[in-house]
Design a protein around this ligand. Sequence first.
Ligand code: SF4
Length: 151
Amino acid sequence: MSTTGPNQNCDRNRLSIHSMPCLRCGTCCSKFDVRVSMDEAHRITDRIGITWDEWMNSYINDRWPGTESFILRRHNGKCIFLKEKGEQSLCSIHSFKPSLCIEWNQGPQHKECQQGLQKRWGIVVDNSGTLNGTQQALHCYRAFLKSLEGD
Ligand code: SF4
């Protein structure tokens, strides 16, 4: 997921943004069924070093026929490739994740991103796309953005 920086136009309890990076909250990876093409499936199995049988038995949703494409399996309600690291939820196949995941364009307009902001920092997005929260919450959010620099 691509990352872009926030607009610096902010006051004490509001932060106006045009875009935002992936929050690493895992919300979208917990909500959507991800369809994977046959080519993508072969690429993933090659990169993570598993056999085709392992892929078929452990990584895909067996309710999907899987003749031309697959649906990634969920584990504990989340994509099987989503891993928790501290407060963050990270894609363990980020550099070769499926095209559907690449095309997901995070931003304050998505309810999943709004839920991530609310869950992690208690920040609410209003109708104009402005982030509203306590001074401390917005400070923590800015600290998170800073921590992504150089990623
Ligand atoms: S493949 Fe990665 S980005 Fe896509 S849903 Fe799974 S964890 Fe999320």
